[in-house]
Design a protein around this ligand. Structure first.
Ligand code: AN0
Ligand code: CP
Length: 319
């Protein structure tokens, strides 16, 4: 593996999931693999889990870690080519990525969707520009359209917690007053469609009309608009808010009946609840769901360390 930008960079998903589970069982088995190498973690947006879990995973592999918040710690970065740089961005990604690439053997980047211009977000300009100019492997720490380290942790969590061979996994939209990116839902859908194609899960998406994901991410997933029907018999309920893709970046409804409560969970097959976090309690999910035995959210976040470790190990072995 050279870059980890999306599922397309994974050649053997089963093996990658197993590698994460092996790292969890034996975190220091490869502690010399990254010796005398450095990873740079570059954040254009806030983070708790991604920042700490990727740092921890890197340290477990013996890597040195440097972290930078763009715009706060560094200069603002211009991404467009051929522009007159007379605005508030003091440095171009051409130099910035090339320079960071000289200090680092791997670069992780977080850059959320701006949710203003769909084409611009879905072009993945920040990831593409870093991949183009850094000349070292790039790891996606959540880009405009994807969050693959999260999806890998989600796959690990489902494998650990499943009680049937082919669980029914339901991605449900949750209400929120703020427009959030589609990245987590897109990625989860992309990875679950792959798991469904290999017979590992049955995958269903439920959301209000107008929240359809981009066709390349929804793929062949079954969309059931009736939430009660979607939840029936679910083994995993995966909650996430996202803003509209079709009415790009808009909040079309805040209907509180889409928040997950214990009444919803009892309609499932003793289903487990998953959310990537951060989550706003009682706006998106009831306290009782997050605090009950059906919640996997803490284990899911813990598994971010092992998903990052599996990916970094794969890159270090290749590179
Ligand atoms: C981000 C999102 O929805 O993409 C990060 C999730 C991991 N969430 C928020 O901005 C609240
Ligand atoms: N789930 C996740 O990526 O969390 P952070 O935004 O805190 O990194």
């Amino acid at each position: 593996m050279t870059n980890f930008l999306s599922l397309a960079d994974v050649t053997d998903l089963d093996a990658l999931i197993q590698s994460g589970r092996d790292a969890k069982a034996n975190p220091f088995a490869d502690q010399l693999l990254g010796k005398n190498k450095t990873i740079g973690l570059i954040f254009f947006n806030s983070s708790l889990r991604t920042r700490l879990s990727t740092q921890k995973a890197a340290q477990n592999l013996g890597l040195n870690v440097m972290i930078m918040n763009v715009g706060q710690d560094s200069w603002g970065l211009e991404m467009e080519e051929g522009v007159l740089m007379n605005g508030d961005k003091a440095e171009h990604v051409r130099e910035a990525a090339a320079v960071i690439g000289r200090y680092c053997d791997i670069i992780g980047i977080r850059a959320f969707a701006e949710l203003k211009d769909r084409d611009s977000d879905y072009r993945e300009q920040v990831m593409q520009q870093f991949a183009r100019y850094a000349r070292v492997p790039i790891v996606n720490l959540e880009s405009a359209t994807r969050h693959p380290l999260q999806s890998l942790a989600d796959c690990i969590t489902i494998e650990e917690a499943k009680t049937v061979a082919r669980p029914r996994v339901v991605l449900t939209w949750l209400p929120h007053f703020k427009p959030l990116p589609q990245a987590v839902a897109n990625s989860f859908s992309e990875w679950m469609n792959a798991r469904a194609a290999s017979g590992h899960v049955e995958f269903v998406i439920t959301h209000p009309k107008g929240y359809e994901l981009a066709p390349e991410f929804a793929g062949n997933a079954r969309v059931i608009y009736n939430r009660e029907e979607a939840f029936a018999g679910a083994d995993f309920i995966y909650g996430k808010n996202w803003s509209s893709y079709t009415n790009y970046g808009q909040v079309l409804t805040q209907d509180p009946s889409w928040a997950v409560t214990m009444d919803d969970m009892v309609r499932t097959n003793a289903g487990k609840f998953m959310h990537c976090l951060p989550v706003r309690r009682n706006l998106k999910v009831a306290d009782a769901v997050l605090d009950g035995p059906q919640s996997l959210v803490i284990e899911q976040a813990a598994n971010r360390e092992w998903s990052a470790q599996a990916v970094l190990k794969e890159i270090l072995k290749t590179y």
